[in-house]
Design a protein around this ligand. Sequence first.
Ligand SMILES: [Zn+2]
Length: 413
Amino acid sequence: MADKQGKNQSDLLTLNRSLILRLTRRMRVCSRSDLARASGLTKASVSDIARQLIDMGVLWEVGIVSGQKNRRSIGVSIKQSSFFCVGVRLTRKNIQAGLFDIAGDPLTQTRRDIAPNAKPEDAMALIREMVGELLGQTGGRAVIGIGLALPGPVIYDEGRIAYMSVFRGWENIRIGDELSAAFHMPVMMEHDGVCFALSEWQDMGENPGKVLLCVLAGQGIGAGMIIDGQAMRGAFGASGELGHTSVNPSGIRCDCGNYGCLEQYCGTLALERMAGERLRDMPDHPLYNTKPDAAAVMRLAREGDPVFVRLFRQCARYLGYGIVNAINFINPDVVVVTDELAQCEDLLREVLTETLAQRIPDRILRRIKLVVKQSGSVNAMRAATSLVVERFLNNPPASQNLSEGAEHENHTA
Ligand SMILES: [Zn+2]
């Protein structure tokens, strides 16, 4: 469905209300003057909108804040306890689910492993059970939706994953439809790269940058892009597959059909494979002929074992090659690298900084902010809720009757 290009008076009101709500969430607590300065709206307009949002129970007044020239004024903040959302992250090995308030603070969370021989239907039943348990803990307060972060591209008009390498069969399940039928609330789902990118962008302060690239380096390598505040999803939802861009046309055949895909050289599955291969030739190493998992490899690298430091550096360099390609292609001003490989945060930052400096012209590189950060499981679930939060921020409730907006949906509008 194409967006209409013209804006009517009511659209402008929604846009301004959305802007005020978004800025308040970014600043956590702020004065009406702060909001006027950051939004470019007049103080009178800001006061009007703030009053409407307070009447609706979306914002509330929270004491006195000190502003410029030590002027003291009444602070406003999002009324966190009014609205909850559920975030679910599905990976090939486990499901993480959590209940969050609208400001992104976690209330409760849970995690279950997926049995190695489980079918997607079994994992789906587990998701339903976990979400049901979380919804039982809201104390009757409004839940505005369920966000799902998925490890594969989502075909929007079909409401399902296009494919998930190593875990087949998901392409036959309409995940969003099943969950909204079970829980009667909006369900939004995205590739996890988009969820993380959106979440980073929502949290990025008053000046979030123009183009944000978020790279998830886990079992696979995914990416999400936010351009002028909009997630770049591609024509039908399959963008951001950085892990399946080739860095070696005659390399290993990948599940996707391509050869020498980036994730064959720097995903955690690749790290495990390479560690096993390396240890087969090292009879003197205490781990000779074993197959340590990625977490163990990265722990040993952090402890300074030279074999694993070298191996991790090699992996990180490959990730760097992929990021250099992405930077040349989309020209981001912020690059966030996170997920499992960031367990070796310092080493990863060091190698990526080196690789980018060798391969990107300095005039361009010095304008790019590189952020390498660890992501806990809370961050992953919180990233999934960013879809629900985004929908709420784009369309703040126009009345106190929230159920009016609770139609079924498979993706963010
Ligand atoms: Zn591939």
